[in-house]
Write a protein of this length. Structure first.
Length: 79
């Protein structure tokens, strides 16, 4: 299982994803999360650690991080 650090900018609808593999991947991802949380400013950002078999699985289970700005704009402007 791979662990992922996701830093999501809600305003831009963009996610920065870092993958962590290996035996210490959960610990490494958590340490990276704490470091990212200390650097991220503002309520526009969300920082999460997640586990999945692949990035494709993560994109299904946590699709909101990967919608992109075009989808967000479309959702906000539709009636």
């Amino acid at each position: 299982m791979t662990h992922y650090l996701v830093v999501y900018n809600r305003t831009l609808g963009q996610a920065e994803v870092t993958a962590f593999d290996g035996e210490a991947s959960a610990d490494d991802a958590l340490r990276a999360r704490f470091a990212a949380e200390s650097q991220v400013l503002g309520a526009d950002y969300e920082v999460a650690t997640l586990a999945a078999d692949s990035i494709d699985d993560l994109k299904v289970t946590h699709a909101r991080f990967f919608r992109g700005p075009e989808t967000i704009i479309h959702e906000l402007t539709r009636s």
